[in-house]
Design a protein around this ligand. Sequence first.
Ligand code: ZN
Length: 167
Amino acid sequence: MAIRDILVFPHPNLRKKAAPVETFDEALRTLVADMFETMYDAPGIGLAATQIDVHQRVIVIDVSEDKSEPMVFINPELLEQDGMNTHEEGCLSVPGFYETVERPEKIRVKAFDEHGKEFELETDGLLATCVQHEIDHLNGKVFVDYVSALKRDRIRKKLEKQQRKAG
Ligand code: ZN
C-alpha cells in the first residue's frame, strides 16, 4: 500500500471526468487500498480517485469516528434524491476551507464493491452528503463550485499562494 499525493484546487486535473471501471482486478483492489491509506492519513472521511489523479470512477468513504466503517463505491449511480439540506463541507483538495453547501438530504445510490458485487444503499445526513460530494469529483466538480464566484476566487488565490510557498 502507498500514500498517494492529493491534487489541490485549482489543479486542472480535478476537472477531468472519470471513466467507468471495467475490470475488477488486483490493480483495482490496490488502488482502493491506497485510497483508504491516503484518506486515513490525511485525515479525511472521503476520497475520489480523481483527487489522486486517477481518472476512474472509484470512491472510498468512512464517516465513522474510529475508521471502522470503510465503504467502497465503484461506478456509483444516484438513483433517487429527496429533500434539501445544508451541511458544512470541506475537501482534502481544498485544505483549510469549509463552506455551507445545499444538496439533496436523502439519496439512493447503486454501486459496485472492489470485487464487482453490485449493491444499493439508501442513506441521509453526513453519508449522503459525502457520497454526493465524491460523485461530483468523478464528474470534475469541486464543492467550491457551489459557493459564490467571489468566494471561490478568494479560495483559489489563497491556495495558489500556499502552493507557491510550498513548492
Ligand atoms: Zn472533496
